[in-house]
Ligand binder design. Structure first.
Ligand code: SF4
Ligand code: SF4
Length: 132
C-alpha cells in the first residue's frame, strides 16, 4: 500500500533532517520502500510503499511522530470515456504502469505509480488524473 507523507520543516517531525522513516523501520521491523521524495526548505512530501498488512501500524507510528499520512488507494485514475488509446502515456511512464491489452486498449496497473505526473502532462485528452 502506498502512503503519502506530508510534513512542515518547522513541524515536530522533519523527514528531511530527522530519520523518522528509518526510526519507524527499526521500531516496527516493517520494510519501507521510499518511492519518491520532494523536500524543499519549507515542507516536504515522501511517497512510501509498505506491505498492506503493516500499513496501519506504520501509519499510526508516523502520525505519532507528527507526519501527516494519506493513504493512496489509486495513485493514478483513468477516465475511460476520454481515453483514445493513443499510447502517449505508455512511453513517458517510468514505472510501466500502462500497456496495451490484446485489443490495443489501454491497461493500467495503478499500484506501480509513483506520482511523478508525467503521464498527466503527456495525455492529449486529459484522461488521466491523480487522486488528491
Ligand atoms: S504519475 Fe508517473 S508513475 Fe504514475 S502512472 Fe503517471 S507517469 Fe507513471
Ligand atoms: S495518453 Fe491519454 S488518451 Fe493516450 S492512451 Fe494514455 S490515457 Fe489514453
Amino acid at each position: 500500500m502506498k502512503l503519502l507523507l506530508s510534513f512542515s520543516r518547522k513541524g515536530k517531525a522533519d523527514p528531511g533532517r530527522e530519520p523518522v522513516i528509518a526510526r519507524v523501520v527499526k521500531e516496527t521491523g516493517v520494510l519501507i520502500n521510499v518511492e519518491k521524495a520532494n523536500i524543499d526548505s519549507m515542507a516536504g512530501e515522501v511517497l512510501i510503499d509498505v506491505p498492506d498488512r503493516d500499513a496501519d501500524l506504520v501509519r499510526r507510528r508516523l502520525e505519532e511522530m507528527g507526519v501527516a499520512v494519506h493513504v493512496m488507494e489509486n495513485a493514478i485514475t483513468l477516465d475511460e470515456a476520454e481515453c483514445v488509446d493513443c499510447g502517449a502515456c505508455i512511453s513517458v511512464c517510468p514505472q510501466e504502469v500502462f500497456s496495451f491489452d490484446e485489443e490495443w486498449r489501454l491497461r493500467v496497473i495503478a499500484e506501480r505509480c509513483v506520482l511523478c505526473g508525467k503521464c498527466i502532462r503527456a495525455c492529449p485528452h486529459g484522461a488521466l488524473s491523480q487522486q488528491g
